[in-house]
Design a protein around this ligand. Structure first.
Ligand SMILES: C[S@@+](CC[C@H](N)C(=O)[O-])C[C@H]1O[C@@H](n2cnc3c(N)ncnc32)[C@H](O)[C@@H]1O
Length: 378
């Protein structure tokens, strides 16, 4: 089955849902706020005497997901536009907002949350916005390696993650079982596997940029917030590398209990790649439609979203088990599709124990890349 058909964050509002386990992504969104401000300032004020200020601004959040974070980026953008308009004496522009995700995303949840979002907008000190704003929420069940929006309508695109699986590593082909006992690139991975991941990233990223290029107005901005790595070598323990390593170990533990077949681990290849800044730079330059404004690297602890509030029921769980819930909310749909639903509780319980052991010994951090791009003007 294609990645787009099986991939989605855990839907609903239950214990394992993305809605209940996405605090870490929320922190990551806050970390991009200063870049969003800079991008909006460039869109609204980068001209002489407030001439050519766009009367209508097109914004797209690609990979909006569902849950409390979904409208957070949009909300921040509205606040920044409001502040910028006031400071520069410009009227608040018409805003056209597109939210995009894969078909499995819980779009109904977003629709349910819209009324309270509009009430919040009205209650804010920026009440003026709610009156002046023509707010078009445009849902597209899109796959963002294809065209998603109308030609030259977007001024600002925000994107929170990209997925892809190397074609040569899909199941049922010669390459599929080369990465013995692993789910992602590891220090034991043969060079064919590493090369397949690297070249798939370059292809996918390039296709992604090529698909966005005709949608964004010349001079428009795109902000990407991606899980990445700092080291050039993808086999070095860095960023999310060890999360996949521990998940492979958890699955091997279930092999020893006859709950999982070993070959199943060999044939699973995570639809994921954590690039380093140099790889992003090469892909952007090769594709040619965008200029790099800035690439920043942030570290965020695996347990940054772990609760220490004693009235919170999560406190009953170990740090590792809480981290495991965060990961489960993101990867369960694809892991379950390959290994079966019946092992999911055991898998993520073993995984949580392994995370506890790991963070006891090492400082475990995600590496997040924030990439600010400008659409070239010619
Ligand atoms: C980690 S979630 C982030 C969600 C939200 N922006 C946040 O910060 O909480 C990434 C989202 O991007 C979507 N996504 C990833 N790759 C995609 C693709 N190629 N096309 C469309 N959506 C994709 C996923 O379905 C998921 O909802």
């Amino acid at each position: 089955m294609e990645v787009r058909q099986v991939l989605h964050m855990n839907n609903g509002e239950g214990e394992t849902s993305y809605a209940k386990n996405s605090n870490i992504q929320r922190k990551i969104i806050s970390m991009t706020n200063s870049r969003l401000k800079k991008a909006i300032l460039n869109i609204m004020c980068n001209n002489n005497n407030n001439k050519n200020v766009p009367e209508s601004i097109g914004v797209a959040d690609l990979g909006c997901s569902s849950g409390p974070n979904t409208l957070m980026v949009v909300s921040e953008i509205i606040d920044i536009i409001d502040e910028t308009s006031r400071k520069s004496g410009i009227s608040f522009p018409e805003l056209r907002i597109s939210l995009n995700d894969l078909p499995g995303n819980d779009f109904n949840d977003i629709f349910r949350s819209l009324p309270s979002f509009f009430i919040k907008l009205k209650k804010k000190k920026v009440q003026k916005i709610a009156m002046l704003l023509e707010f078009l929420v445009h849902f597209m069940e899109g796959f963002f390696h294809k065209r998603a929006c109308i030609l030259f309508t977007l001024h600002l695109v925000y994107i929170g993650s990209l997925r892809s699986v190397p074609l040569g590593l899909g199941t049922n082909n010669v390459m599929s079982s080369l990465n013995k006992g692993k789910l992602y690139i590891s220090h034991t991975s043969p060079s064919d596997v590493i090369n397949a991941y690297v070249s798939q990233f370059q292809n996918d990223f390039s296709t992604f940029l090529r698909s966005r290029s005709p949608e964004i107005v010349p001079g428009g901005r795109m902000l990407l917030s991606l899980m990445g790595r700092s080291s050039i070598d993808p086999t070095i323990e860095d960023g999310c590398y060890y999360q996949w390593e521990l998940l492979a170990n958890a699955l091997s533990n279930l092999v020893s209990k006859d709950q999982v077949e070993e070959e199943k681990i060999d044939s699973f290849n995570a639809p994921y790649y954590a690039p380093c800044p140099e790889e992003v730079k090469i892909a952007v330059e090769n594709e040619g439609s965008f200029m790099i404004d800035r690439i920043e690297t942030f570290e965020i602890e695996w347990d940054a979203s772990v609760s220490s509030n004693s009235s919170d029921e999560k406190i009953l769980l170990s740090t590792g088990q809480q981290v495991a819930k965060t990961i489960r909310a993101v990867v369960e749909s694809m892991v379950e599709n390959h290994f079966g639903n019946e092992i999911m509780d055991d898998l993520f319980s073993v995984y949580g124990d392994l995370v506890d052991d790991y963070i006891y010994k090492k400082r475990a951090v995600y590496v997040n890349l924030v990439v600010s791009l400008k659409r070239k003007e010619y």
